[in-house]
Design a protein around this ligand. Structure first.
Ligand SMILES: *[C@@H]1O[C@H](CO)[C@@H](O)[C@H](O)[C@H]1NC(C)=O
Ligand SMILES: *[C@@H]1O[C@H](CO)[C@@H](O)[C@H](O)[C@H]1NC(C)=O
Ligand SMILES: *[C@@H]1O[C@H](CO)[C@@H](O)[C@H](O)[C@H]1NC(C)=O
Ligand SMILES: *[C@@H]1O[C@H](CO)[C@@H](O)[C@H](O)[C@H]1NC(C)=O
Ligand SMILES: *[C@@H]1O[C@H](CO)[C@@H](O)[C@H](O)[C@H]1NC(C)=O
Ligand SMILES: *[C@@H]1O[C@H](CO)[C@@H](O)[C@H](O)[C@H]1NC(C)=O
Length: 527
């Protein structure tokens, strides 16, 4: 509802020479929030340097006027809304919230309609006046008490919620009683014995950021959520004003279990021939941080589960890899539908077909460290999924000097000049065995490399990266290959995996080489 000005009443202005004119533009506006009894003045400075003279401590008077002779309220209405602020800055004070403000009632018990507002900002020596012709009435939602980015972090003994206050709910928050949280269906209640809630209650104000820490005081209270890559949680504040409970829902933007941020420097999924290969290259600082986190437990884990959950549409599939010892050298984790227990093969194949055809998906990776059944530490990440280009790619050694790649495409590749680059890397220490590049037409079936040193390079275990470039389209084929022996050379088919990357080259090989160097450094440091 907009209350329009009918008549601009004349207010007697002081003439003692201390008035400074046009400190604010006509865009200055006022919002009235009757349900939270607040008048919000949104100031737009005109950058008049004469107005810089105001000190930090100023008084503000708000006068409202009504020219409707039918109301029983005497005219003009002068309200003693006098307000003092101590951190005023002409350039940076853009909001003034007048709390506890409400319009007077007319003879029928309704709030009077008003035609103008006069705002006076003054100090001992100077005054400026702003006439507002239009006031907007907004029913303020209590969901506006905080800015929307409100992440929650869960550790086994405490919860952390970061809240940035809008300053719109000062009255409510000053009557704060408790914070209620529901995590995975379990309820927790925190009252004012929590120091950070007292801080929130006392210091709630515009643009003040709170890092609320909540301690239930019972050890391992939240350990039950540790295995979950996504935690479902809701939270609200309870306030009590004059005996009335009010609930302020908090819009949590995320809720995660304590993990190292940006753990991987590169991560991806490649699909080929009913198998999934997840490539996970950790950052060196991540490995160090994880090691520190594990040693801080004072215990030594004897089991690590790498649990990867892939979601496509409404389906999901879980892959698990179990090991007694986490090896950061191992960066490829492959799962083939053919190796699944017989009762799962069909489901796995169906999910594979869905994944290969899909252009979007979601993948979570969780590394869970246990000592027997006791959880020691977790690491959760989400890795990207890019649409796959080839459904099946395989490698064939045709002779002592020729190696061919068979590419079964699920999507259309143009028959234009295509550049093929093949990098071969040792799978045990990631050192390079060679880079092989040539340009040819692409017939949608196979590409062959005639090069003896290439065939030589793939005689033992190796990893291979094929980059297919057509003008700006770069198809990045990445694979772990187990060479089965050159004797069976022309049948020595090994598996290659494909992925479609963005327009930019992804220099995985360089990254692998850098990774291998960093691992070496790390080993040296340990000694
Ligand atoms: C006043 O200066 C600020 C900051 O330089 C600028 O964003 C704003 O547009 C200026 N206002 C006017 C009315 O010129
Ligand atoms: C502001 O309001 C107060 C209280 O009604 C009054 O005493 C004071 O004179 C007013 N100041 C101005 C500049 O109007
Ligand atoms: C405005 O800036 C001054 C000086 O930088 C500072 O003291 C004051 O707290 C600021 N006020 C607001 C409302 O941000
Ligand atoms: C959150 O608070 C900080 C002050 O700590 C402020 O600088 C920032 O602009 C606020 N964020 C938002 C989204 O308003
Ligand atoms: C990788 O291993 C091979 C064979 O042991 C060795 O010749 C090569 O120098 C190693 N590369 C690096 C960078 O360690
Ligand atoms: C084989 O590939 C290597 C590495 O790219 C290159 O140096 C060499 O000249 C190639 N040999 C032939 C016969 O093309």
């Amino acid at each position: 509802m907009i209350l329009n000005c009918l008549v601009l009443a004349t207010i007697p202005l002081d003439t003692d020479g201390r008035e400074i004119h046009t400190c604010y533009t006509y865009d200055t506006s006022v919002e009235y929030r009757p349900n939270i009894k607040q008048l919000l003045i949104l100031l737009v400075p005109s950058n008049n340097s004469a107005c810089d003279i105001f000190p930090a401590g100023v008084n503000i008077n708000v006068t409202i006027g009504n020219t409707d002779f039918a109301t029983t309220v005497p005219l003009p209405v002068y309200l003693p809304y006098s307000y003092t602020i101590s951190n005023f800055g002409y350039q940076n004070t853009t909001q003034i919230a007048v709390e506890g403000f409400s319009l007077p009632l007319d003879g029928l018990g309704d709030e009077i309609s008003i035609d103008f507002l006069l705002i006076e900002i003054y100090s001992y020596a100077e005054i400026t006046r702003i006439e507002i012709l239009e006031m907007q009435t907004i029913i303020s939602s209590l969901s506006e008490c905080f800015y929307s980015d409100m992440p929650m972090l869960v550790t086994k003994d405490s919860l952390y919620i970061t809240m940035n206050a809008t300053g719109l709910c000062r009255i409510q928050i000053s009557a704060l009683k408790s914070l209620q949280v529901t995590i995975e269906g379990k309820q927790f209640s925190f009252d004012l014995t929590q120091a950070s809630l007292v801080d929130l209650k006392t210091n709630y104000n515009h643009n003040v950021k709170f890092n609320i820490q909540l301690l239930p005081g019972v050890s391992d209270s939240f350990a039950f959520t540790a295995e979950k890559p996504d935690i479902s949680a809701t939270a609200y504040l309870l306030t009590n004003q004059g005996g009335v409970d009010t609930r302020i829902d908090l819009q949590l933007s995320s809720s995660k279990y304590d993990s190292i941020q940006n753990f991987y420097q590169q991560s991806m999924l490649t699909l080929n021939d009913k198998s999934y290969t997840f490539t996970l290259i950790p950052k060196m600082p991540s490995i160090i941080a994880l090691r520190a986190k594990l040693s801080a437990t004072g215990l030594v884990y004897n089991k690590m589960i790498l649990r990867i959950i892939m979601y496509v549409g409404s389906s999901s599939y879980t892959f698990e890899y179990l090991t007694p010892k986490y090896n950061p050298f191992k960066i490829h984790y492959s799962f083939s539908c053919n190796d699944m227990p017989s009762n799962q093969v069909e489901q796995c194949n169906a999910f594979y077909r869905l994944s290969a055809a899909s252009s979007s998906g979601r993948i979570t990776v969780s590394a869970l460290f246990y000592l027997n059944e006791q959880m020691l530490a977790v690491q959760h990440d989400t890795i990207p999924f890019t649409p796959q280009y080839f459904e099946r790619v395989y490698f064939e050694l045709k002779s002592a000097s020729q190696a061919c790649l068979h590419l079964e495409s699920t999507r259309h590749l143009n028959d234009v000049q295509t550049k093929f680059s093949l990098s071969v890397i040792r799978s045990d220490n990631y050192s390079s065995k060679g880079e092989f590049t040539f340009t040819a037409g692409y017939d949608n079936v196979q590409v062959c490399f005639d090069n003896e040193s290439l065939v030589e390079a793939v005689k033992k275990e190796f990893i291979c990266t094929l980059t297919v470039q057509q003008q700006l389209t770069v198809v990045h084929v990445f694979s772990e290959v187990k060479q089965t022996g050159v004797q069976k050379s022309n049948l020595a088919r090994s598996v290659l995996i494909s992925v479609l990357s963005a327009v930019v080259f992804v220099f995985s090989v360089l990254q692998l080489l850098r990774f291998q160097k960093q691992l070496k450094l790390l080993k040296k440091k340990k000694q």
